[in-house]
Write a protein that binds this ligand. Structure first.
Ligand SMILES: [Zn+2]
Length: 471
């Protein structure tokens, strides 16, 4: 059984590597050729969904299957609907949410459901958990996307094998874990650490291992950069990559100061695999538009021009057939770059991920009513405070809290005064009434990570206002 499993794993990897070479070839395509591929795959996806998913058949009832698909005219779908209508939406009638959840509960490593499906769940510190599926062929395409990303960051198999350190999710529910498990056949030497590992232990392991390639969530890199700059961490990775969280300019500066290089920022989600990555110009995140279509839209779902931060994204996954996701709403607030990357690749660039719209804080306004405070406003206010090692702003039923860990040797009183003043000033400027913040000092904030090991700088734990219906 184990041997068969290993053979299957090798076969999947070999196929994914061949697919990856095709994907890498798209780097030299023209925009027109790429758009033609997108149109063709979209057409196939919509035809398949209409034929095999009762949910989409109902939604697209007015659509003539012979007509070319106009993406902008298709209704968007959100996570709550994808989960509520799970059994109707999937295209294999044997799959039910109950069966998939039971499978997820018993997952210990990389087992397949019904011998062919990988099931994964999204974190979900806010809102409902999402459950997503890929069959073996779809998984090979996700892996191909992963190998393409490896190529972008210079992580190609070689001898002697590279020493890779990966600091990410520790549970098989998450896609990063499953990808790592799928390719764990010895292409690289890999040190795996959990994102929630206490910092001193992480530093010690890394010092001993001396990774040549370091992958971590942005917040973990921030902690490690400070350790490196203070002299406790002494590693010299030639390449660094990160994902999963907002990258502030401050974080980018710290990474460059610590290791003399920029991180390859990657943008990925369990719902759609690796959506994009920096190239070696680090001018933004190239969207892998041969595997997904990304639309930046405002609150009402209208397209937002390049250069402007939207309210959410609509992602159309061009890979999955078993669980079609067409114009799937994602709460990330991002801006598309107005210019193309000088590297000449046809893929558009995401300028930045500014945060998630579910972390907009709705606070009482001085003028009455509520005021929406963007997470970016609070991050800007707290940037550059020397004694602050890590912080998290949490809004819950008792009000606003700032949980903070200080740098070793920092003057506690002075730092607390700085953060309190800066936040109060920023909130007042935004029109917030009585902008009081309770500061709580902690040794570290590692236990503030979500189930996937990710960390939010600003988090709303209140239910979102239900009073924002839009005509
Ligand atoms: Zn580029």
């Amino acid at each position: 059984m184990a041997a068969t499993d290993q053979i299957r794993r090798f076969a999947d990897i070999a196929a994914a590597m061949r697919l990856a070479r095709e994907l890498i070839g798209h780097d030299r395509w023209s925009v027109e050729r790429l758009e033609a591929l997108q149109r063709r795959r979209l057409q196939e996806l919509v035809r398949h969904a209409t034929a095999s998913s009762p949910f989409y058949r109902e939604r697209y009832a007015g659509l003539d299957p012979g007509d070319p698909v106009e993406l902008s005219r298709l209704p968007a779908v959100d996570k709550a609907t994808v989960m509520a209508r799970f059994d109707d939406l999937v295209c294999d009638r044997r799959l039910t949410l109950a069966a998939v959840e039971a499978h997820l509960d018993g997952l210990t490593r990389d087992e397949l459901l019904l011998g062919q499906y990988r099931a994964m769940a999204t974190g979900g510190s806010t809102g409902r958990k999402g459950v997503f599926l890929a069959d073996r062929a779809e998984w090979r395409q996700y892996l191909a996307g992963f190998f393409r990303w490896n190529h972008y960051v210079g992580l190609t198999p070689r001898l002697p094998r590279l020493r890779v350190a990966s600091i990410a999710a520790a549970r098989p529910l998450h896609m990063t874990y499953r990808m790592a498990a799928s390719i764990d056949v010895g292409l690289h030497r890999v040190l795996r650490l959990e994102a929630t590992t206490p910092l001193p232990a992480m530093v010690e392991s890394l010092n001993r291992y001396r990774p040549q390639f370091l992958y971590a969530y942005g917040s973990v890199l921030g902690l490690l950069a400070a350790e490196q700059l203070d002299g406790r961490l002494r590693i010299a990775p030639t390449a660094i990559a990160s994902s999963g969280e907002t990258h502030t300019d401050e974080l980018r500066d710290a990474i460059r100061a610590a290791w003399g290089t920029s991180s390859f920022e990657m943008y990925a989600m369990t719902e759609a695999g690796i959506l994009g990555s920096h190239c070696d110009r680090h001018s933004g995140i190239h969207l892998f538009e041969d595997q997904a279509i990304v639309e930046v839209v405002d609150e009402r779902g209208r397209p937002v021009p390049a250069g402007q931060v939207g309210h959410k994204l609509l992602v159309t996954n061009l890979i999955t057939r078993v669980q079609p996701l067409i114009r799937y709403e994602v709460s990330d607030m991002v801006a598309m770059a107005a210019e193309r990357c000088p590297c000449g690749r046809p893929f558009r660039l995401l300028a930045a991920v500014a945060g998630r719209n579910d972390d907009i804080l709705y606070l009482p306004a001085a003028a009455g009513g509520t005021v929406a405070v963007h997470p970016l406003a609070l991050r800007t206010a707290l940037a550059g405070i020397p004694g602050l090692a890590q912080y998290k702003v949490v809004h819950d039923a008792d009000g606003l809290h700032l949980r903070a860990a200080l740098r070793p040797g920092a003057a506690a009183e002075e730092t607390v005064r700085q953060v309190t003043d800066r936040l109060a000033e920023k909130l007042a400027a935004q029109g917030v009434a009585r902008p009081a913040v309770q500061v709580e000092l902690r040794d570290h904030l590692q236990d503030e990570r979500d189930t996937a090991g990710k960390f939010k700088l600003v988090e709303s734990r209140l239910r979102r206002p239900t009073t924002t219906p839009v005509p």
